[in-house]
Write a protein that binds this ligand. Structure first.
Ligand code: VGL
Ligand code: ZN
Length: 201
């Protein structure tokens, strides 16, 4: 069962959005062009309450992209983004969602952040995605979306640890920080995660 997991292709991560990923919109046609190659397509959606702990606006005197300590671990403070029910939380309007069988929402608990589509950052809560994919008999998992160095990376890492054969589709993803992504790519390759192009599928 060849499966595609599309991560956080939402308006707030697009150029002009509150947490814009450079060229984030360039991946939309690429993702649309590959969906027919998969037996199963699922998506993740960042879906925060307005009082979410990861928003700088909920910490007095703190700025966007500043780091704080949360539950003993570093937490980046982001601009408000992907607030439940807002335009910014919607998927890009050109993204073809017809083939999607399920959408897994994350970051829904105001007290914990969740970059991975599988678990929150402290691995305390599961979205149920790993169990869902296992019950469906998924063996090969292809991942893409935004941001390559944050949510797509952490989802790929968790998927790898869950035992799926992972393929990271580089041209169907865009990083917030390209330098950081270069390092993470090396780490993924070292683990045995394949970095591929949409043409290789
Ligand atoms: C993301 C930061 C905060 C992402 C989500 O989708 O990469 N990044 N929330
Ligand atoms: Zn978020």
């Amino acid at each position: 069962m060849k499966t595609l997991l599309i991560i956080d292709v939402q308006n707030d991560f697009m150029p002009g959005g509150s947490l814009a990923v450079p060229d984030g919109d360039k991946i939309v046609p690429v993702i649309n062009s590959i969906q027919h190659k998969f037996d199963l397509v699922v998506a993740a959606q960042d879906w925060h309450p307005q009082d979410h702990v990861s928003f700088a606006s909920n910490h007095s005197g703190k700025s966007h992209f500043e780091e704080i300590e949360l539950h003993g671990k570093p937490q980046t403070l982001w601009p408000d983004h992907c607030v439940q029910g807002t335009e910014g939380a919607k998927f890009h309007q050109d993204l073809d969602t017809k083939k999607w069988e399920a959408i897994f929402r994350k970051g829904t608990d105001k007290d914990i952040d969740s970059y991975s589509a599988f678990y929150d950052n402290d691995h305390l809560k599961s979205t149920g995605l790993a169990g869902y994919l296992k019950e469906k008999g998924v063996s090969q998992l292809f991942l893409c979306g935004l941001a390559a160095d944050i949510c797509v990376y952490f989802s790929t890492y968790d998927a790898f640890k869950e035992g799926f054969a992972c393929f990271f589709i580089e041209d169907a993803s865009q990083p917030l920080d390209p330098e950081k992504f270069k390092e993470l790519k090396k780490k993924m390759e070292y683990l045995g995660i394949q970095i591929i192009s949409s043409e290789d599928i």
